[in-house]
Design a protein around this ligand. Structure first.
Ligand code: CA
Length: 472
């Protein structure tokens, strides 16, 4: 008897913010193939990561747990590949499983992918052009360079896996793009896009970081100022006044970013076409997401890490014609730790007790469970590393966001051991969607701050995380 359970094609890019997808109302580009997924499925407008950085988000997705539990708190903490993951459960239940592209949870015997019938991953960040891959070879991994452009190659590998599949068994494939990660290197096909036009600037490109905790001004990820020539592909005119430099660097940066995204979009189209041609569309769940959001010149920045909206928000679109009504939008909050239980439930499997995320299958039918989450807990651990972003944790509700910059490395691997005075921020997202006005010290909000702190501390206790010792 063939196994009729749904196939799952999980496509995840690296650092693709939802405001660079036309299905999310992008003002700067078109993504017609990603829009196919959203138009034929559901778009989630409040999908958030629990730690806005590559390696930790990937570990949260695979294990259904927060980073203080899976111990992948920073870019330097590789994931122990003996940890239980939802992919291992899918595989054990009869799914054919494949993983191709960016892994970024470590390589070598203790960290390379496990739970996959076949895999090929980029070591570390990988290269855009002629990348080297680590290939699974029956337990003996080997490195080989593959000629071509990384987004095409990862798609080819995913397609090859699908073509060689056993048609009587369902498949689960992770197609994990390196793009559009820094340094945003386009392929030839897309290199000439946007040549003679200016891309619209974000509202907060010229942010001066007033009315914020000092963490915002301290961050070293400003357009031009903290870039290197690899980012702009030309010498940086560092003698320009800062705001002029931001204006100049934004255009250099965003055009390459969008060119790299255009290649992802084309390649997603190839995968969707294959499903159509093979008659697989009806019984295949297609997900497109990214490991976190990204600043697209917002607040004058590139990169992520902050709990601010552009970095916290993940794009998440999902198509499943059997269960999801076409063209639907979900405003309920979902988190990266919720993916694992959701996919297990969709595959008809039990959700392990130790999972901290919650299955959102009910949301796919347009039903919001009465006790569905309306707040979330976030923690960025990698104090100061790379872009001088201070370690922080916080709570986001449907309207407010409270952030505590405890600004301490706490011996986390890769964090920089230099401690600062802790600071708080509170934003009212209804009245201040760009988070420009920290109102934590406004006496009118004292009661609200106390309530949010109490709720956050309760969440920390419930999730097994530890409060910073000065957070009283
Ligand atoms: Ca990333």
């Amino acid at each position: 008897m063939p196994d009729e359970r749904p196939n799952i094609l999980y496509i995840m890019s690296d650092d693709h913010a939802s405001h660079a997808m036309s299905c999310y109302g992008s003002k700067i580009n078109e993504t017609p193939n990603l829009d196919r997924i959203a138009n034929d499925g559901m778009r989630f407008d409040n999908a958030f990561c629990t730690n806005s950085i590559c390696t930790p988000s990937r570990a949260a997705i695979l294990t259904g747990t927060y980073n203080h539990i899976n111990e992948v708190t920073t870019l330097d903490t590789k994931m122990d590949n003996t940890l239980p993951t939802f992919v291992k459960d899918l595989q054990a239940s009869g799914y054919q499983t494949g993983m191709f592209g960016k892994w970024h949870l470590g390589t070598g015997e203790k960290h390379e992918p496990t739970g996959f019938d076949d895999w090929a991953v980029l070591p570390g960040q990988g290269l855009y052009h002629n990348p080297t891959f680590v290939f699974n070879n029956d337990g003996n991994s080997e490195r080989r360079t593959v000629k071509g452009y990384v987004t095409d190659i990862i798609t080819d590998m995913s397609l090859d896996f699908l073509k060689a599949r056993d048609a009587d068994k369902p498949f689960f494939v992770m197609c994990h793009h390196k793009a559009p990660h820094r340094h945003w290197e386009p392929d030839e096909k897309h290199a000439h896009m946007y040549l003679n036009e200016d891309i619209p600037e974000p509202e907060t490109l010229y942010d001066t970081y007033e009315n914020r905790a000092s963490a915002a001004e301290a961050a070293e990820m400003r357009m031009g100022v903290h870039m290197i020539p690899l980012d702009t592909k030309t010498e940086i005119p560092r003698d320009l006044p800062e705001m002029e430099l931001r204006k100049w660097a934004y255009q250099r940066y965003i055009k390459d970013y969008l060119r790299v995204v255009a290649s992802i979009d084309d390649n997603v189209g190839r995968l969707l076409d294959y499903l159509d041609e093979e008659g697989l569309t009806e019984n295949t769940i297609v997900v497109y997401t990214s490991d976190q959001g990204f600043f697209l010149g917002d607040h004058g920045w590139y990169d992520k890490r902050f709990m601010y909206e552009e970095s916290l928000r993940m794009p998440y679109i999902m198509r499943y014609p059997k269960k999801i009504k076409a063209g639907t939008v979900c405003d309920d909050m979902i988190l990266n730790v919720d993916f694992a239980p959701t996919y297990l439930e969709l595959a008809g499997l039990d959700i392990p007790e130790h999972y901290q995320g919650h299955s959102f299958t009910a949301l796919l039918h347009g039903e919001t469970p009465e006790d569905w989450q309306t707040s979330m807990y976030y923690r960025y651990w990698m104090h100061k590393a790379h872009h001088n972003v201070y370690a922080h944790y916080g709570i986001r509700t449907m309207r407010y966001k409270l952030i505590y910059y405890y600004a301490d490395a706490l011996d986390q691997l890769g964090a920089i051991d230099e401690t600062y005075e802790p600071e708080w921020e509170l934003f009212d997202l209804d009245n201040d969607p760009y988070e420009l006005n920290n109102i934590v010290d406004d006496p009118a909000h004292a009661e609200l701050v106390a309530e949010l702190k109490a709720e956050m501390h309760q969440m920390q206790a419930d999730l097994g995380d530890t409060r910073y010792h000065l957070d009283v």
